[in-house]
Design a protein around this ligand. Structure first.
Ligand SMILES: *Cc1c(COP(=O)(O)O)cnc(C)c1O
Length: 341
């Protein structure tokens, strides 16, 4: 299919409407077959469950072109199962995991003109989501739902080079113990908006959230998990039931161990020990890893030895290896790359 005339490497991260998206409706206890539609609007009752009580969940993933010219997506089965977990926690019907992957394939197939070429650094961002669509006024789960996937082309994350981030240890909490921090729900983001806007006004790139119960342990940022590297090259990621299980982070931990032969640890990380790490990065689909240069904890500045100019050496290796696997330059573990065409 002929590509759209888009300046791929100068694209930002914004919504660009494409022609086709996937829609499926849940009613009377069952999902319909689902269709690709050209209708980019959603029409729902003024009293829809999502509008009154925020019953909505989402996923985020990317389709891109590999070195040998295939269009692929990375581990969509994990997005499917994570969305199923999110649905169960918000008392929503699960969109069957195999159907989820099929819908991802259909959405990418219908949008191949928007998949950026290899080497551009850009990708086609996919946004699966689901929401309660019928009227709900007494507090209870909706009985009807809509599941959709739209696609939007996005530019390279590190446009104009890598710039390590400066973080603030937030006084706000992201997620409660036994709450919803481990699922991908809009409600977690709604409550983080004031905190992130405030942090930006103060000159920080992101918030580091601590555990809400004791405020002594590192959790994550608003939308990315932490990876730390110790001075003896061990890769450490915080363990907590209120962290969103990032697919990128899980993949990077595997790569650290199996490809780079590094020791890896998923364990509680105290805010007090952060100053002893050699490197710090944020993991998520958007950037794979963005390096963190500095964390400010109520006046105390923690500056990582990797500095404010580039990624630390282990972070760089992790980044190069995972992006190498994704782009087809290195052999991928079984099942990681779903080839669309
Ligand atoms: C989506 C998300 C991440 C990153 O997950 P990936 O699967 O790697 O994209 C991390 N934290 C939060 C809160 C998220 O919503």
């Amino acid at each position: 299919m002929e590509k759209k005339n888009i300046d791929w490497s100068n694209l930002g991260f914004g919504y660009i409407q494409t022609e086709k998206r996937f829609v499926s409706n849940y009613k009377d206890g069952a999902w319909d077959e689902g269709v690709m539609t050209e209708d980019a609007t959603v029409v729902i009752s003024e009293c829809a469950g999502v509008l009154q009580y925020a019953q909505t969940i989402f996923e985020g993933m990317k389709a891109y072109t590999t070195e040998d010219g295939h269009i692929v997506v990375f581990r969509p089965d994990l997005n499917a199962s994570r969305m199923a977990d999110s649905a169960r926690r918000l008392q929503m019907p699960v969109f069957p995991e195999d159907k989820f992957v099929e819908a991802v394939v259909k959405t990418v197939e219908a949008n191949t003109a928007y998949v950026p070429p290899y080497g551009s650094g850009a990708s086609l961002y996919l946004r699966p989501y689901m929401f309660g669509s019928n009227p709900v006024i007494g507090v209870k789960p909706a009985t009807e739902y809509q599941f959709r996937i739209f696609a939007t082309p996005v530019g390279p994350y590190f446009k104009g080079g890598v710039k390590p981030l400066t973080l603030k240890v937030s006084d706000y909490d992201r997620a409660a113990p036994n709450g919803t921090g481990h699922i991908k729900a809009g409600l977690n983001y709604a409550m983080s908006l004031h905190a992130i806007v405030t942090a930006h006004e103060e000159g920080y790139d992101e918030n580091m959230y601590l555990d809400a119960a004791t405020r002594t342990k590192v959790e994550e940022t608003g939308g990315a998990n932490f990876l730390f590297v110790t001075k003896d090259n061990k890769v450490v990621t915080p363990k907590s039931d209120s962290i969103l299980p990032s697919i990128t982070r899980r993949s990077l931990m595997y790569v650290a161990k199996e490809y780079l032969g590094l020791e890896v640890e998923e364990r509680e990380v105290g805010i007090d020990e952060v100053k002893d790490f050699a490197e710090c990065g944020l993991c998520g689909t958007a950037a794979v890893i963005s390096p963190v240069g500095k964390i400010v904890n109520h006046g105390e500045e923690i500056c990582f030895p990797s500095g404010m100019e580039k990624m630390g050496p282990i972070t760089q290796k992790l980044y190069d290896t995972l992006t190498g696997i994704q782009m087809g330059r290195m052999e991928a573990p079984e099942g990681w790359i779903k080839v669309i065409c």
